[in-house]
Structure formats: C-alpha cells, structure tokens
Design a protein around this ligand. Sequence first.
Ligand code: ADP
Length: 485
Amino acid sequence: MTRARRLRIWASEFLVLAVVTLVMLPIRDRLDKAHTTLIFLLVVLTGAARGGRILGFVLAGCSFLLFDVLFLEPYNSFGASKSVDWLVLVAFLAVSAIAAQMLHREQMRAEEARQRTLEVDRLAALGAEALNVVRAEDALTAIAAVIRETLKLRRCEIHTVPRDGTAAGVSEDLVAHTVLPREAGGNEVSALFIPLRVRDRTVGVLELADEHRIDLDSAQRRFLAALSYYAALAVERSRLAAEADRTEGLRAANRLKDALIASVSHDLRTPLTTIKALAHSLRNGGDERAATIEDEADRLNRLVADLLDLSQLQAGRVPLQLELNPIDDLLGALVQRVSGALGERRLLVSMDDGGELLVGRFDLGQSLRVLVNLVENAHKYAPPGTPIEVCAWRDGPQLAVSVSDRGPGVPEQERNRIFEPFYRPPNTQPDAGGVGLGLAIARRLADAQAGTLDYEPRPGGGSTFTLRLPAADVTEAPEGADDLA
Ligand code: ADP
C-alpha cells in the first residue's frame, strides 16, 4: 500500500469517527451503552479492515476516550462514576483490540493464500511453457528470467553439467554443496549455487547472484525448489535432444556405411573373379607365383563376402530359412565340410541325446556356417596334434552344440570383445586368413535365429564355444522323417 493511500484511509476513518460521534452526541441521553459500544466497535473494525492493525488500535484508543468522556456520566470528564461503567469501558477496549488483531491475522492469511495462488499460477504457466517450447534452451532462459524477476535478483544463470559432472566455470565441490554463499568481485556480494538434480544425478547448477545478501523466506525457498526442478528437467531434456540428434546422425552414417559396403563389395567381386580366373590359367601354364595370387584373391573374396554379410546382418536383411532340422544333419554336414581342412587333426563328435532325437528349428546352412567357423578357429589356434571336440545335447528349451579345443583360450578381459567386428586381441597369432569378423558374424547369425553364441574357458585349458538354437519337440518333426514322429 502506498503512503498516500494509507494517509487517505486514516483521514477518512477519523472523519467517520468524528461524524459518528457528532451524530450520537445530541441523543446521548437516549442511547443505551450497548448501542454506543456497538457503533464504536463497528468504526474500529472498519478501520482495522481497511487500514490494518495499527489503525484499528488507534481508533480503539480514541473511541475508548470519546466513549468515556462524552457518553458516560459524568459527561466531559475522564473516569466513569459506576464500577459497572468501568467494566463496559475495559470490555470495549479489550474487544476492539482483540477484534482488530484477529482481523489483521485473517487478512495476512488471505494475502498469503493469494500469493500462493499467484505462485501456483506462475508455476503452472511456466511448466506449460517449458513443455511447449521447441528448444529446451528456450525453456532454460524462460525459467532463469522468471526466477530473476520473482526473487528480484541481479543475475540468475543455469549452467549445464557435462556427463563427467562439472559445469563450465563451476568446480566440482561447488556442485556438491546444496547452497553455497560466496563473496564475489565487482558489484555482486552474494551468490548461491544450487545443484539441479534429476533422479539423483546432478545435471546442472543454478547460479543466483545479487548486490545484497540473498536471504530467502520459506515461500521463496519453496518457489525456488519447484523452479529448480523445472530447470533440471529442462536441462535433461536439452541433453536428451542433443543425444537424439547425435543418434540420428550416427544412424544416417551407418546407413551410408551399409550402402557403401554393399556397393564396394559388389564392385570388387567382378574384378576378383577375373583375377582368380587369370591366375588359374597362369598356374596351369606352370607359373608357381600364380598360386599365391589365387590364394590372395580367395582371401579377399572371403573378406568381401564377410563384410557384406556383416552389414546385412546388422541391417537385419539376411534371409533365414527357419525349419525343423535334426541335429544329426547339422553335425553330419559339419564333419563333411571341415574334415578335408583339418589334415592330421582328429575331430571327435559326440551326442548326449538321452535316447531322444535332437531336433531344432533353425537355418541349416547358416548354423553350419557358425560351426564351421568355430572349428576352423579351433584348428587355427590349438596346437597341432590336439583333437577338436564337438558335442551336442538338449539344454532345456534349446539345443546346444559346443566346439572345444586345447588352444591358448581367451583372456578374461577379451571374452566379450572377441565378438565385436574386427576385434583381435593384441597377442593374437598373426595369420593370413582372418581379420576378426568370423565370431562377430557367427554371433549375429545365432542371434538372428533366436539363439546364442558364447565363450567359456575349458577346464584343463583351451576354449569352448557353445552355439544354442531353439529346440523343437519331436512331435513337431518334419514330414517324411518317419523316425522322428
Ligand atoms: P579371426 O579368427 O579372423 O581373428 P574371429 O572373429 O574368428 O576372427 O576371432 C576373433 C579373435 O578371437 C581371434 O583373433 C582370436 O584371438 C580369438 N579366438 C577365436 N577363436 C579362438 C579359439 N578357438 N582359441 C583361442 N582364441 C580364439
């Protein structure tokens, strides 16, 4: 309330008191004490309601005096004649003071409720604004502006914290404190740093600075807490938006890479076939070096084919024929395919079928490819003369086929990484054949058939790779396989 308005209210209330007194004065003999008391009380309450507690008390004091001097006998002198009149006077004074005080308290409560409604309205509007803005940075600017204006501060800034936990210009320990007063240079003598948290993670810092000491009352603290939470959400949203942009960029790069690999692989295949054909005819003509050319052309051809397969597997574009197949077919085909390449090395195949037929739903050709790769790896890494063991069994809802060798095994820290494309542990034997794509393709082929491919160290030394594929119950066996039904 402005000073002039307050003065006007005081003047008008005293005028009312004067008018009421003047009106009652000529008829004071006919007036009952209760009427006079009530009329003065009305004036006091009106004054307290309009001008506040102090005006109420002053009017109560003046009314008390007027009542005593002008309306209680003997007139025009202070002090009542009868003790009962004193009682009336004291009661009047007490009632007016209490009523003025109560009125004041109710007015304060009403004002507080009004402030809170305004606060809620402002928060709701800000919340809607924060959710609606296109860019999360705009929401941060809006929130900072509202805090600055509402708390009447010189500066309010929101710093975002990078993933490693420090905000630009704000050190780690400041972030860790809830509220930190700081003496700053220049005009600002007080600053507060409030960490912005989302799900127990600090995502930013709210910095408040002012020329005066920043002391917040409980309502302002509540308001700040709510806005800090909005700010934390906006920071998190802006981070997620940036991440989404980055992911979209990576996805586009990935699509480009797949397209590039597909086209390069296709274009390489034709010249490779020509090189191989020419080397072959040179070799037939007696040129020994042609064998090396032919081998290298084969190796490049395999690499190109692997690259193409990997990129198609990653894009989910490998056609699969998921059919019911007995495991015997898979193991039989494996023995046929690899025995030529193993030379002197023994391949021990066993089946733990418990008297039942082991049948699964898988792509025969692609599963064979996985097992061939595992056996070739075992042959590559295990010392000569040690056998390679292949074992098949039913493992709950899956069929398992393991390939074990007595090679060097895979160190613990490499066990997941060997399934990544192009990854070869640093101490891998240099070999002309592989580039680190075999296991990456094998695992993706297993995944694509709802199966798995895992590594385990073999007890007694060596490696065991286990391919698991969905098993099928024997009654589901393919038509024509009489012995399966
Ligand atoms: P490549 O054999 O062409 O290097 P792979 O993807 O088949 O590629 O294998 C990745 C790595 O896993 C190999 O470089 C090797 O270090 C390790 N590895 C695979 N199979 C075996 C195995 N049977 N014994 C030991 N290490 C193996």
